[in-house]
Design a protein around this ligand. Sequence first.
Ligand code: THU
Length: 134
Amino acid sequence: MTEAVNWTELRREAAEAARRAYAPYSGLRVGAAALLDDGEIITGCNVENASFGLTLCAECGLVSNLYDSGGGQMLAISVVAGDGDPLMPCGRCRQILIEIGGPELKVDSDDGPRRLDSLLPGAYTEADLNERKD
Ligand code: THU
């Protein structure tokens, strides 16, 4: 599906979301935009907190917005900083995205789209939980 993704538009939507970010502590505004299988685009932005560890990454807001707007399968995601250029998702967000978007989710990067499972090889998933629990 990579050929069907308008990465320019996705990056633009992510950059717009970054402008809505609340990032007074780091000064790094982050926006995320994902294309769903029905053509919809959903977005999220980072929201920081004086208690730094409580910061919400842009991808967290995006995933919440995905469910709040009725759900759907993400095909592609672009995460950008305030300058509009790709920012690679942090480790925690890679874990969140692989559960919700799956291993084939395409992730924007400076070197072109990457499969999410190439960014989180050997991921811990729900399958491990189900196989190993008592
Ligand atoms: N940030 C994100 O929103 N997503 C990421 O994947 C990386 C980091 C935010 C969190 C924090 O508000 C700022 O970037 C600086 O780390």
